[in-house]
Design a protein around this ligand. Structure first.
Ligand code: PFF
Length: 474
């Protein structure tokens, strides 16, 4: 263990940074549209089960493995076992971090672009001034056309991707305390504040209750096997699990800090924020009589005209995209930090060199994703009857395969290699006593058998079944 490793200045800083990693495009861009397409509350229900049964134990294990070994994902496995297989599992995490950032940075770039467009008032031109239902709908079609024109321009898309990655690099260059920690401490409260404003404004709209009941009243007919895969993949994605991001953040924790309590808080914040984002978005969508199943374009096609139509809409649209950009930045830094920590620990190179080198590689890897919307849009690969672009492949590969795969191996590692007794012994280190958000839970009688059964059997079996299903074998 290295004594000179940087550490968070407090447990609260870690929680903010880890919540900053968890709360991202997944909560604000992805969750609302996949919930919209898959039955609203019915999806929410399955997703919550995935978070509680699979997400929470794996989150605990990831943070704990980081805190115990004080290492990046490759080094962490190596510190516990000599079996070389496991360092490749860690390396898979580094690969996943590349894959995710290569499409994440493109969408992060769109968020920055839309913040700018909202600021200069572009969205005003999509609205029907003084709109009322008799005059027809405000015009998401024109917003969709705008999105199309912009993303068809390779310079636009590459330019904003470059800007997004540069912000991430700038924060990472300053290190853990003055970069990651300061950024999360500054940005997360702003994010929460903006989200609350948007939720309140959404709830005051006419027909807001339709949007709320869409999220809370299940339509079970929309549930299929595919829903389980989506819900599980999204549980991993949204909690930043399965590729070592939480492990890397955990490696900057001191042994005095409570892992279980931190995991509960992070998962709670992440879930509440996804639900709030859903409320903020669906209240607007339903109050305008628009279709909640608009897919990935929900945020970029539908919201600009709908928000701009409201009283004070200019500000709401600007705040919404600012929120999206902040969420994307605090997650983006955690994704790149995985490979940076890997280079710094394993190859002993300076942090600055590691950040620049890895960002350079991600930059190149993201180019095919960025060009998927223009120059390379005809280069598609057929998979399960769909033509997937590089962008789609990166998203699918990372969320539905690499992350659940990483989670599967992590559960096997904790259950059978590291050993449940060792895991529990380490969980107890730093555990606080009061029963509050998971404090003291590890000491309770039922915890060990329940945790052990979940980690050894439920997590691997469920992930494996979902995995077989996703490749069409069951
Ligand atoms: N949790 C982030 C989101 O919901 O947008 C995405 C993410 C971050 C995934 C970090 C994986 C990761 F390691």
């Amino acid at each position: 263990m290295e004594n000179n490793r940087e550490q968070w200045s407090s447990k609260a800083s870690f929680i903010l940074a880890a919540a900053g990693s968890a709360v991202g495009l997944g909560n604000i861009w992805k969750f609302p549209y996949i919930a919209g397409e898959n039955g609203g509350a019915a999806f929410l229900f399955i997703y919550l089960i995935c978070i509680i049964v699979i997400g929470l134990p794996i989150l605990n294990i990831e943070i704990l493995l980081g805190r115990t070994t004080k290492k990046n994902p490759v080094g962490a496995f190596k510190a516990i076992t000599n079996n070389p297989f496991w360092k490749y599992v860690g390396a898979l995490g580094v690969l996943a971090s590349f894959t995710i950032l290569s499409f994440y940075s493109v969408v992060g770039g769109w968020s920055l672009a839309y913040t700018f467009e909202a600021f200069v008032g572009t969205f005003d031109s999509f609205t029907v001034k003084n709109w009322s239902p008799e005059y027809g709908m405000p015009n998401p079609e024109s917003a969709a056309r705008f999105f199309d024109i912009q993303t068809k321009n390779p310079f636009w898309i590459l330019g904003y991707h470059t800007l997004f990655l540069s912000i991430v690099v700038f924060i990472l260059l300053s290190g853990v305390r003055s970069g990651l920690e300061k950024a999360s401490k500054f940005l997360m409260p702003i994010l929460l504040f903006i989200l609350l404003i948007l939720v309140i404004q959404g709830l005051t709209l006419p027909d807001a209750n339709k949007g709320v009941s869409f999220l809370f009243q299940p339509d079970w007919s929309k549930i299929s096997g595919q829903t389980f895969l989506l819900a599980l993949g999204h549980a991993f994605f949204t909690l930043s699990l399965g590729m070592g991001a939480m492990m890397t953040y955990g490696s900057y924790l001191s042994d005095k800090d409570d892992v279980v309590n931190a995991s509960y808080l992070v998962a709670f914040l992440d879930t509440v924020i996804a639900i709030f984002a859903g409320v903020a978005i669906f209240t607007v969508v339903f109050s305008s009589g628009y279709d909640p199943t608009a897919g990935p374009g929900l945020v970029f096609h539908v919201l600009p005209p709908l928000l701009s139509n409201l009283v004070g809409g200019y500000y709401f649209a600007f705040l919404f995209f600012l929120l999206l950009s902040i969420a994307a930045i605090t997650s983006g830094i955690s994704i790149l930090e995985v490979s940076v920590a890997f280079l710094v620990d394993e190859r002993k190179i300076s942090r600055k060199k590691a950040v620049l080198f890895m960002a350079g590689l991600v930059y190149l890897a993201a180019i095919p994703c960025a060009l998927s919307f223009n120059v390379l849009s005809d280069y598609t690969f057929n998979f399960q009857d769909k033509a997937l672009t590089f962008f789609d492949i990166a998203d699918y590969l990372a969320s539905n395969l690499l992350l659940p795969f990483g989670g599967f191996f992590l559960a096997i590692f904790a259950g059978y290699v590291w050993g449940i007794d060792e895991v529990i012994r380490n969980l107890l280190i730093g555990e606080s006593n009061s029963i509050y958000f998971g404090n003291g839970v590890v000491k309770s009688k039922g915890f060990k058998p329940a945790f052990s059964f979940t980690v050894k059997y439920i997590c691997p079996v469920l992930i494996f079944l979902v995995f077989l299903y996703s490749i069409g074998w069951i």
